[in-house]
Design a binder for this molecule. Structure first.
Ligand SMILES: CC(C)(COP(=O)(O)OP(=O)(O)OC[C@H]1O[C@@H](n2cnc3c(N)ncnc32)[C@H](O)[C@@H]1OP(=O)(O)O)[C@@H](O)C(=O)NCCC(=O)NCCS
Length: 195
């Protein structure tokens, strides 16, 4: 981790940057799909993206719903990574009690990771590692004994497994047809016990 990196909770002024970094981060996942099928895959990714960025989505247009979704809540939190004296936002990650992305699960003892993304220009410097550490600390304080997450992105999977110590416990297909299941990789679920 670079010494001038700060991890803190989301503030109102971060919303546009967080929205941009999350949207840009989706493109890394398309490399998980064989190239002839990437366009088709991205159309499906865009449906998920558009739902999140809609007026009623968890992120909202230009991130306008982010504080409503994550701010001042006991069961979830969003962290941002800020770099340098200008405190440029270079990454984001949210943590929530329970494995459902949206539904409140205040009694769950599992903390789950969502919306992890680091600005492409700042990857490989330990930003995601620092964001994950903040989420795991938050989960411990919230009474969780375990962490969980889902990803289709093999770059992220490598990071979660080899850098952060997570283990694959399950997988499922978003693709519906037998053919699309062959060409689009499954979503893997990962877990890690919190000491
Ligand atoms: C996956 C992702 C979040 C990783 O972010 P990152 O900030 O680059 O991650 P880190 O720097 O903490 O760790 C990544 C690598 O950098 C290395 N690294 C860490 N600190 C470093 C440093 N100071 N200098 C050089 N390299 C460093 C780590 O060893 C790690 O290497 P490895 O896992 O290949 O062995 C990022 O690629 C991303 O935003 N992807 C797109 C969005 C996405 O798909 N997110 C996951 C959704 S589930």
């Amino acid at each position: 981790m670079t010494s001038d990196l700060t991890i803190r909770e989301l503030r109102a002024e971060d919303r546009v940057d967080v929205c941009r970094i999350w949207v840009d981060g989706l493109t890394q996942s398309r490399l998980a799909v064989h190239w002839p099928f990437r366009h088709w895959f991205m159309q499906n990714m865009q449906k998920m993206r558009d739902a999140s960025l809609s007026e009623t989505g968890d992120i909202g247009p230009n991130g306008k719903n982010l504080l409503h979704t994550y701010g001042g809540k006991d069961d979830r939190c969003m962290f941002v990574a800020c770099l340098g004296s200008q405190k440029v936002i270079v990454g984001c990650c949210s943590v929530k009690k329970g494995m459902d992305e949206i539904k409140p699960e205040p009694d769950s003892q599992t903390g789950s990771i969502w919306r992890m993304s680091v600005d492409e220009s700042y990857r490989g410097y330990g930003t995601a590692t620092a964001l994950m550490a903040a989420c795991e600390t938050w989960s411990r304080k919230a009474g969780c004994t375990k962490m969980g997450l889902f990803t289709i992105n093999p770059v992220a999977a490598n990071f979660y497994v080899n850098r952060m110590g997570y283990t694959a416990v399950d997988h499922f297909h978003v693709a519906k047809t037998a053919f699309s299941k062959l060409v689009v990789p499954p979503v893997f679920q990962y877990e890690k016990a919190l000491c």
